[in-house]
Design a protein around this ligand. Structure first.
Ligand SMILES: Nc1ncnc2c1ncn2[C@@H]1O[C@H](COP(=O)(O)OP(=O)(O)OP(=O)(O)O)[C@@H](O)[C@H]1O
Ligand SMILES: [Mg+2]
Length: 278
């Protein structure tokens, strides 16, 4: 048992689109790699591959091949910057959003093979509250909800947390405020969400931290490079590095069989689920 590494699974969600999930996923993954951890980054925006675009990659194979049983998960992983493993999604293929039973089985088997291959699995989920967002969030050890200071972002984050808690038994969330003007601004965004959630929902919301609004990040996106590599000393890159340290320091919350088998179990059984795993 001693050489079995527990994979810690973080799902990055938001409700509203365009608030920074993909940048967060990618830069957190890289920042964890900088700290010496092995990281897998999964693009779970199944119909609209985000991470490939962000890194200017053109993977030959993606999750659709795994779901069709043509490739093993191991075979589609491409090596990204700093040695992170990227699990690419398909672009523009809507059937990826509607997985049938056979496809589930293929994916499940593949995750079983991957069990010992990473310290962290970061899952970049799609916008909205689709089945896939719910499944991946249910499977994660922690759900990070990215919000920014816009009524629609706060409302959609609240709606997501409400559905995941009331219908799927997820009670712990980490809030990450993005595009803030100061640390206090980030805390205020968190406080707005937490005050409504405390009043109406039975959940525990942690404040993970905030990422400043940063022109260097925008520029990096234009260059199809992650800001962590394009401008490592920029305010957002420094913030991502701090967040990675926070994730590393968080108590591991994985099932005894490892987070991925937990992940697999949840996918097999389907949801809703009751208590989340410890
Ligand atoms: N901290 C930041 N500072 C400045 N701009 C930012 C920041 N975070 C995100 N952005 C801007 O927001 C855009 C959207 O970010 P990103 O693609 O990460 O969002 P997303 O939540 O993954 O979107 P989608 O829901 O479409 O997948 C970026 O291209 C960038 O221009
Ligand atoms: Mg995205």
């Amino acid at each position: 048992m001693s050489n079995i590494r527990q994979v810690r699974v973080f799902a990055i969600a938001s409700g509203k689109g365009g608030v920074g999930k993909t940048n967060t996923s990618l830069n957190l993954a890289l920042s964890l790699a900088v700290e010496g951890y092995s990281v897998l980054l999964m693009d779970a925006d199944l119909g609209m591959a985000n991470i490939d675009v962000m890194l200017n990659l053109r993977p030959r194979f993606d999750l659709l091949h795994v779901l069709k049983g043509e490739k093993a998960l191991e075979e589609i992983i491409i090596e990204g910057p700093l040695g992170i493993g990227i699990i690419p999604a398909s672009s523009g293929i809507s059937r990826m959003a509607n997985l049938d039973h056979k496809m589930h089985a293929g994916l499940i088997a593949s995750f079983e093979q991957l069990e010992r291959s990473a310290d962290f699995l970061i899952i970049d989920t799609a916008a909205g509250i689709s089945d896939s967002v719910i499944s991946f969030s249910s499977a994660a050890s922690e759900v990070i909800v990215v919000v920014c200071d816009e009524p629609a972002s706060l409302a959609d984050a609240y709606a997501l947390i409400k559905v995941l808690s009331q219908e799927y038994g997820i009670s712990r969330f980490q809030i990450l405020a993005n595009m803030v003007t100061s640390t206090q601004h980030g805390r205020r965004i968190y406080a707005k969400l937490a005050s409504v959630a405390d009043q109406f929902l039975d959940v525990s919301l942690g404040f993970l931290g905030s990422i400043p609004h940063d022109v260097a990040l925008k520029k990096a996106v234009q260059n199809q490079k992650p800001v962590t590599l394009d401008a490592p000393h920029s305010p957002s890159a420094i913030a991502f590095q701090g967040l990675a340290k926070k994730l590393i320091g968080m108590p591991a919350r994985a099932s005894s069989g490892g987070a991925l088998s937990f992940f697999v179990e949840r996918r097999t059984r389907g949801i809703p689920v009751g208590e989340r795993g410890v």
